[in-house]
Ligand binder design. Structure first.
Ligand SMILES: Nc1ncnc2c1ncn2[C@@H]1O[C@H](COP(=O)(O)OP(=O)(O)OP(=O)(O)O)[C@@H](O)[C@H]1O
Ligand SMILES: [Mg+2]
Length: 228
């Protein structure tokens, strides 16, 4: 049987806004297994990014429990969370989030500098292999503004892979791309899921993309309303 990589037990996220409280997530529970491909679906404001940030250890839940690779993360310090995130999770964002004054290669290598168990020469070799695999071998020394959107997102995916994470979280990864580059990015993510057995969690407004997932979690007003 596949191992569970993420378990969420009744997680809630509340934001205090002046006198009122916004409940962005309301007692959300699910289990994700190794190698799964999950899509998170819901209207704008339903809590998709909030949920991804919780399971990606970018933010803490207000209530409930998250287990990552079988380990309860609620008691961990910020430093331990950052280390665990670096070693376990690769993020891909809609806006690419590359540093603008930094070359594609140096953007990719950045997470590796924060990873104690990686040798930088090995990381650089792996980065070059990925640049070649993603058809970007002649773009390694370009700056982000010298790259197309699709190329920037491929660089961002290489950055997400540099520490060899088990889990890839993608928040609207094709939202800023035309349909052709978007299709290429989706093909890459699917390949990482199928060939490298990376657990893939995708937020997408594109119904065709969302439908490719093995399991779907539907959110409405911060609650799971359906899970298939
Ligand atoms: N830092 C914050 N402070 C206060 N409220 C927030 C904060 N972040 C998110 N929210 C609120 O939480 C709810 C969920 O937001 P979230 O960004 O998760 O939605 P989403 O489903 O990702 O939407 P979209 O599809 O537009 O990206 C929204 O009502 C939003 O206004
Ligand atoms: Mg969002």
């Amino acid at each position: 049987m596949n191992n569970s990589v993420i378990e969420a037990e009744k997680i809630s996220k509340k934001y205090q806004m002046g006198d009122s409280v916004v409940t962005a997530l309301d007692r959300v529970s699910f289990k994700i297994l190794e190698g799964d491909f999950i899509s998170i679906i819901g209207d704008s404001g339903s809590g998709k990014s909030t949920l991804l940030n919780m399971i990606g250890l970018l933010d803490r839940s207000s209530h409930g429990r998250i287990k990552l690779l079988g380990k309860d993360i609620s008691g961990l310090s910020d430093d331990s969370l950052a280390r665990l995130r670096n070693q376990t999770i690769g993020f891909v964002f809609q806006q690419f989030n590359l540093l603008s004054r930094t070359s594609a290669m140096d953007n990719v290598l950045l997470p590796a500098w924060y990873n104690d168990s990686l040798d930088m020469e090995d990381a650089r070799k792996r980065a070059v292999e990925h640049f070649v695999m993603f058809d970007l071998e002649d773009r390694m020394n370009h700056f982000p503004n010298q790259l197309s959107g699709g190329e920037q997102q491929r660089v961002a995916i290489i950055r997400a892979l540099i520490c060899d994470p088990k889990i890839i979280l993608a928040d609207e990864p094709t939202g800023n791309l035309d349909s052709k580059s978007g299709g290429e990015i989706m093909d890459l993510l699917l390949e990482l899921n199928k060939k490298l057995n990376k657990t893939l969690i995708l937020v997408s407004h594109n119904p065709q993309q969302a439908a490719l997932a093995k399991k779907k979690i539907y959110l409405k007003d911060g609650k799971v309303v359906k899970s298939l």
